[in-house]
Design a protein. Structure first.
Lengths: 437, 227
């Protein structure tokens, strides 16, 4: 059959048509994992200028280029000292298997960085295998325990995440095993909701008191992070600083989720590229840029992304989806099994259904056993090393002896949109859209 | 232990931070009296030893937050988030409390002689709460486990989206929230309610109360059960 004359609608493409058909068949909206999949202005739209006559590069393989970062030294007596500016984002035991959590902890520890708990509390495996563990303090308070709070190396008050700013969470019943249910004080097998609002504070003034409470309970030792989903980052960052945050964690709409309505993932929030300059502006106006650290996430894949995020003013980045891919998510080795569940390597995003062939987003003992936490930890550590080496490569080329010295001046943009969002000139011009020439 | 052995901390001259640090380092069995709290926030948070603390006066937000052990009494009123995430032990307030009393509490007993504001027992996970007076709207929202006893009236949307917690109300209920229904009082409920009232030092008759809990129709996601 000659298909060359067939033309797919850009508006009603095949995936859109299928969604309409599914909605009509089931009456239920589509829930999936992963983050935004639509094309978005991203770090790919930025380029580094590199050293030239007016800039002096560092020798690529010989000269030192620092990568360490201190997080949370504004108020905490025990800030986090990390060897690299790439951390592992919060992902829950429950959404992920215990082996996956352990692997993330092992890999992060080997690379000298932190990993983060998620909704559902801290597991002993995770604490035991993580040199630096950030404990998330979420609206649900599932598994929230002051003993774990004291065991943590930092506390992250979660207001939202990039995949769903303003949304709560969901963990479908197939993943609520006896252990997961026990940690969350819920019946086994029910579809579990995580609320979108904290139960005992509502706004920045209350949050100020809440942060003070967390400091009091932990005797002012732990850095307090505040995580926000990117929507109004200028105001949210300002208010988080005002409330006493030591670190602001900013997650763009490409940031992943284990289970959210697709309409939410694709249509709420802003790309991380647009969010970083707004948050940095807020920190600079308050005179606390680099004193209150900024961690950004949502679509970090390469050392170039790391370097670009730092150049725009972040102190560190977090990875989630990329870490799962490093563990084996979407690997071609599971092609046959992806096909059985209606997916394929490169497309799998049904983290909500608990049938992950790679043994990562599942609580099924057989599937989970496929992921060796030691080998997984090795892969995570390798990937973190590559990200760091790549970021160093770029930093040296820009003449920086530390990756934190990268700056907006090192960047240009390829598109009008990215130039306006990142607030760097359009390549080949001195024009930053939105500013006067 | 003799009353004279109490350690007195005057918050008129001592920062809350010093009080909390001292309570975290307190010897098990020691007694503490806190004076002049004057509405301070975060009073006596994070207590994790079996000690006895009396706070003489009104306190602000999150008093007795994350209480893990021992007995704490507030002779006065308390603000938002009293004994939030309490794990064990007893917290007693002789006056009234603001909203989110006992939020997400995992265990232990909270007794409020007066009334509470909105969201009393929100997302409670095993704590028992006994309120001598009324409770505000949206109380026991998403309550997962534990018992909430109300000797007065309950506000609107009681027990909205409740899981397995049990609610006992002696007075009127303005309205029930989504998926919360009245349930029959069986002997075991009368018995546990009697124990809770006795633990709270109350003489109310369990037979005068009604029980509310989850209809469990929201336990599995469906397009028709969203509101």
């Amino acid at each position: 059959m000659d298909t060359s004359a067939l033309r797919e609608s850009a508006t009603f493409d095949r995936a859109t048509i299928r969604r309409i058909q599914q909605a009509a068949e089931t009456g239920v909206y589509h829930i999936r994992g992963w983050g935004a999949k639509r094309p978005l202005p991203h770090f790919d739209d930025l380029l580094f200028l590199g050293a030239s006559m007016s800039r002096y590069p560092l020798e690529g393989y010989r000269e030192a280029c620092g990568t360490d970062v201190v997080l949370g030294d504004r108020h905490a007596s025990k800030p986090l000292h990390l060897d690299i500016p790439v951390t592992i984002a919060g992902m829950s035991f429950g959404a992920l298997s215990a082996n996956a959590k352990e692997a993330l902890g092992r890999g992060a520890s080997e690379a000298g960085t932190s990993t983060t708990t998620g909704d559902g509390g801290m597991t002993p495996e995770e604490r035991g295998h993580s040199r630096h563990l950030v404990y998330q303090y979420l609206p649900s308070r599932y598994g929230m325990n002051p003993d774990d709070l004291r065991k943590a190396d930092a506390i992250e008050v979660v207001l939202g995440q990039g995949a769903k700013p303003g949304g709560g969470g969901m963990l479908l019943g197939q993943k609520i095993t006896e252990r997961v249910a026990g940690m969350r004080t819920l019946p086994v097998g029910i579809d579990q909701r995580s609320p979108s609002r904290h139960p005992d504070w509502t706004g920045p003034d209350d949050l100020t008191i809440k942060i003070a409470e967390l400091r009091e309970i932990t005797d002012w030792e732990k850095p307090i992070f505040v995580k926000i989903g990117a929507s109004r980052p200028y105001y949210d960052t300002s208010l988080a600083v005002k409330a006493g945050a030591d670190v602001v964690v900013l997650d763009g709409m490409q940031g992943g989720t284990a289970a959210t309505q697709e309409v939410f993932i694709e249509h709420v929030g802003i790309p991380i590229l647009a969010a970083i300059p707004m948050a940095v502006e807020a920190l600079q106006e308050l005179g606390v840029h680099r004193q209150v650290q900024l961690i950004v996430s949502g679509g970090i894949r390469t050392g170039a992304d790391v370097a670009k995020a730092l150049a725009l003013g972040a102190d560190a980045v977090s990875i989630g989806t990329a870490a799962l891919i490093a563990l084996g998510d979407n690997s071609p080795q599971f092609a046959d099994e992806y096909e059985k569940i209606g997916s394929a390597p490169g497309f799998y995003d049904d983290f909500q259904d608990g049938r992950d062939p790679a043994g990562i987003s599942t609580q099924d003992p057989e599937l989970m056993a496929r992921l060796d936490p030691i080998e997984g930890g090795r892969r995570i550590a390798n990937y973190l090393r590559v990200l760091t080496l790549e970021a160093q490569t770029i930093a040296r080329a820009c003449g920086k002896s530390h990756v934190r010295n990268l700056e907006p001046e090192d960047l240009v943009a390829l598109t009008l949109e990215s130039a306006a969002m990142a607030r760097v000139p359009l390549a080949g011009t001195n024009w930053i859209p939105g500013t006067e020439l | 232990m003799d009353v004279l052995e109490e350690t007195v901390v005057d918050l008129a001259s001592t920062p809350v931070r010093e009080l909390n640090k001292a309570l975290h380092e307190a010897e098990p069995g020691s007694r503490w009296r806190v004076e002049n709290p004057r509405g301070a926030h975060n009073v006596a948070v994070g207590i994790h030893e079996d000690i006895r603390v009396t706070v003489e006066g009104h306190v602000g937000y999150f008093a007795a937050g994350m209480h893990q052990k021992g007995w704490l009494e507030i002779v006065g009123n308390a603000g938002t988030g009293l004994a939030e995430n309490i794990m064990s032990g007893t917290v007693h307030v002789t006056g009234s409390t603001s909203q989110s009393t006992g939020a997400t509490g995992h265990g232990g007993l909270i007794v409020v002689d007066g009334s509470t504001g909105a969201r009393c027992g929100i997302a409670m996970k095993g704590v028992d709460i006994v309120v001598g007076g009324d409770i505000g709207h949206m109380s026991a929202f998403m309550a997962q486990a534990g018992r909430l006893v109300v000797c007065g009236d309950a506000g609107e949307a009681l027990g909205d989206s409740i899981y397995e917690a049990r609610i006992y109300v002696k007075g009127t209920v303005a309205s029930l929230g989504a998926d919360c229904i009245e349930k029959p009082m069986r002997d075991e409920h009368l018995a546990e309610l009697g124990d809770l009232l006795a633990a709270a030092g109350r003489s109310d008759d369990p037979a005068d109360f009604r029980r509310y809990g989850s209809a469990r129709t929201l336990y599995h996601f469906h397009s028709h059960n969203t509101y």
